[in-house]
Design a protein around this ligand. Structure first.
Ligand SMILES: CCCCCCCCCCCCCCCCC(=O)SCCNC(=O)CCNC(=O)[C@H](O)C(C)(C)COP(=O)(O)OP(=O)(O)OC[C@H]1O[C@@H](n2cnc3c(N)ncnc32)[C@H](O)[C@@H]1OP(=O)(O)O
Ligand SMILES: CCCCCCCC/C=C\CCCCCCCC(=O)OC[C@@H](O)COP(=O)(O)O
Length: 233
């Protein structure tokens, strides 16, 4: 009886994929989440066997396993300036944040010994949450600012002691409104500690970084003319 339903699905699915770009978009989105969950199932035992638990070195495994996902989604990346990340010691990377697909771009350029700051809710995202924990991702509670600051202060100490790099999304949330949200300060408090600056430097550093990222963002957006489905994802 069940098999009767399979035939229409098998017929309708290719038809929708062929005719509806909106369907293609949502199909890809579901595929992305399911496939990342599956990849994490494979990566979890590898990371545990390799590093014995939570360890920033696990980000190498995650990076390696995620890099091919772009091909399934029809995405390609153009990287420039990668050589600037090839320096010794700790540093902070900041980037804008539009969608969960940003993880794919991140994995194209992620340096060794680099993890990220993420909202704590991600920890509960099934196998993806577990692999994030194994990769040394630092989870913060955005609703409790003082807790988040304490966690980031501890992260700054670890960053200096263990020479790790941290990737922060200074907008603090995803944003697809065609610009940048005002930056939160956490990334810059991390950066001053890595560079021997003081709290007085945070505002200037934040403002300069915002200006540079905004002009780069607008320049790149101006070149981007292709659309592959609804604008919100
Ligand atoms: C193999 C299969 C794999 C499958 C899966 C693979 C996954 C791979 C991993 C990839 C994971 C990617 C995950 C991405 C997730 C991205 C996110 O979750 S984004 C959301 C979370 N991130 C952030 O929010 C980071 C940015 N937030 C901040 O920096 C904030 O500052 C804050 C710490 C949360 C506090 O926020 P808030 O109080 O609202 O705002 P501010 O304006 O910044 O600060 C107010 C005040 O406090 C001072 N201050 C801020 N931070 C600090 C600090 N760290 N230390 C000291 N003081 C601080 C700040 O200066 C302000 O004071 P002032 O007097 O006005 O200056
Ligand atoms: C138990 C099942 C739970 C299912 C949850 C699905 C979680 C997504 C799973 C796979 C997606 C691939 C990994 C992408 C990780 C990126 C996470 C992300 O981009 O989080 C958004 C966060 O930066 C900001 O969040 P808000 O915009 O503030 O909100």
């Amino acid at each position: 009886m069940d098999a009767v339903w399979i035939l229409p699905v098998l017929l309708v699915l290719p038809l929708l994929l062929w005719t509806s770009s909106t369907f293609v978009f949502y199909f890809k989105k579901c595929f992305y989440v399911a496939y990342m969950m599956l990849l994490a199932v494979i990566a979890i035992p590898i990371c545990i066997l390799k590093s014995g638990g939570r360890d920033i070195e696990n980000m190498r495994v995650i990076r390696f396993m995620v890099r091919h996902v772009k091909y399934f989604l029809g995405l390609r990346f153009q990287v420039s300036g990668w050589e600037h990340l090839q320096t010794d010691g700790p540093y902070v990377i900041i980037s804008n944040h539009q969608s969960s697909l940003d993880v794919l771009g991140m994995m194209e350029v992620l340096p060794d010994r680099c993890s990220t700051i993420a909202k704590k809710e991600l920890l509960w995202a099934g196998t993806v949450g577990m692999i994030c924990w194994l990769g040394g991702i630092v989870f913060i509670n955005r609703k409790k600012t003082s807790d988040a600051k304490n966690v980031m202060s501890d992260a700054a100490k670890t960053m200096l002691a263990d020479k790790i790099r941290l990737w922060v999304f200074p907008e603090g949330t995803r944003n697809q409104n065609g610009g940048l949200l005002p930056f939160k300060k956490g990334a810059f408090h991390l950066a001053i500690q890595a560079q021997g600056l003081t709290a007085d430097d945070v505002t200037l550093l934040s403002e300069q970084s915002f200006g540079i990222m905004r002009s780069a963002f607008l320049e790149i957006s101006g070149q981007s003319v292709q659309s592959n489905g609804p604008s919100t994802h």
